[in-house]
Design a binder for this molecule. Structure first.
Ligand code: SF4
Ligand code: SF4
Length: 339
């Protein structure tokens, strides 16, 4: 696949061209960076660390109507995801792209989720390598990723200063690069070597790490350990660590009815909420923060790798950066390793 260069003075024109698709890019919103649809290249904010809300919401919306129904009418009016159109997510971080491939396992496992899978099919991922790891709490290299990794991306951009090295990685990426071909130029000699050097130094700059090799096997032996009470003592049960996690995928399904009309919708849920496992008959198998925190860690580092062969965490650091009481997943994992 080809390697090109996109000079920074051409980025806005390239983005303008991409607005013929549903273009999603990082943008500022109320002091934070989020991925949202843009129609004006001026809205894109590419010089960012990482977004507060991960781009998973593009393929797995926080709330979506699956179908509508009407009393007395057996016909369901199903959502047609195809109508959302071809989508380009521009400038996402390699860890967030990798996270989508992890979530794919869930939505294509025992049941093929047509809404999620159709969106994934319609979406092209243009990644932006982290030549400077965006947070002191990044630990992607401990969980199978790297700051300029290419997994699940269609194109990877690497910031060389005056422009981006554009690496086409898939047929989808090649097609998209052709769309903006008039704004690209051949990568000058030495730019690949410079990108490699930047990728290598970015790996070195990831400041936190953990040896995950024994964690999957260790966790089941710690089921009754007092460590769960200790590490969850401060938890508020707010769910931020799961809502903002790019690999978390719990959802709830609810029917909303008004008069004779109704809709079935799906919305994000969180295993950190007490009601998540509350049975209609009263009992709750995860009644306290201790059980809920134990589940969160076991799910990511034991159940998911046991079932799908991959840890359900990409080391983005969001849950550490954004937990209001500073609960730190690496500290918890450190205690698991030590226990
Ligand atoms: S973000 Fe922190 S306080 Fe909120 S549920 Fe997660 S661990 Fe608990
Ligand atoms: S568990 Fe935390 S560090 Fe891991 S992917 Fe989720 S938010 Fe990122």
């Amino acid at each position: 696949m080809a390697v090109k260069k996109l000079n920074k003075d051409k980025v806005k024109e390239a983005l303008q061209e991409l607005t013929k698709f549903r273009l999603i890019a990082p943008a500022k919103s109320d002091e934070v960076v989020v991925f949202k649809q843009i129609s004006d290249p001026e809205e894109a904010f590419l010089d960012y660390g990482n977004s507060t809300v991960p781009p998973k919401k593009v393929v797995f919306p926080q709330t979506e109507t699956l179908f509508r129904f009407q009393r007395g009418n057996p016909e369901l009016r199903e959502k047609n995801v195809e109508e959302e159109g071809t989508t380009v997510i521009f400038g996402l971080r390699p860890c967030d792209a990798r996270a989508m491939s992890i979530v794919d396992n869930l939505f294509s496992w025992d049941y093929e989720d047509p809404y999620y899978l159709k969106r994934r099919e319609l979406t092209t991922l243009v990644g932006m390598g982290c030549v400077n790891p965006p947070s002191v709490n990044c630990f992607c290299t401990s969980v199978g990723g790297e700051p300029c990794g290419t997994e699940n991306l269609d194109i990877l951009l690497i910031d060389l200063g005056e422009g981006y090295l554009v690496r086409e990685l898939t047929e989808k990426g090649k097609k998209l690069a052709e769309t903006i071909g008039s704004f690209l130029e051949d990568a000058p000699g030495g730019s690949e070597a410079k990108a490699e050097e930047l990728s290598g130094s970015a790996k070195e700059a990831v400041s936190r790490s953990i040896d995950t090799s024994g964690i999957e096997a260790k966790l089941p032996t710690l089921w009754e350990s007092p460590l769960w009470k200790e590490v969850s003592a401060a938890c508020l049960g707010c769910g931020i660590c799961t809502y903002l996690c790019p690999t978390c995928h719990c959802f709830d399904i609810q029917d909303e009815v008004e008069g004779a009309e109704g809709r079935r919708c799906r919305m994000w849920d969180s295993c950190m909420f007490r009601a998540h496992t509350l049975h209609a008959s009263g009992p709750n198998p995860r009644p306290a923060r201790k059980e809920r925190t134990r589940n969160r860690i076991n799910h990511k580092y034991s159940y998911f790798p046991g079932k799908f062969g991959v840890i359900a965490c990409v080391g983005c650091g969001r849950c550490i950066n954004l937990c209001p009481v500073n609960i730190d997943i690496l500290e918890i994992l450190g205690k698991v390793v030590e226990a």
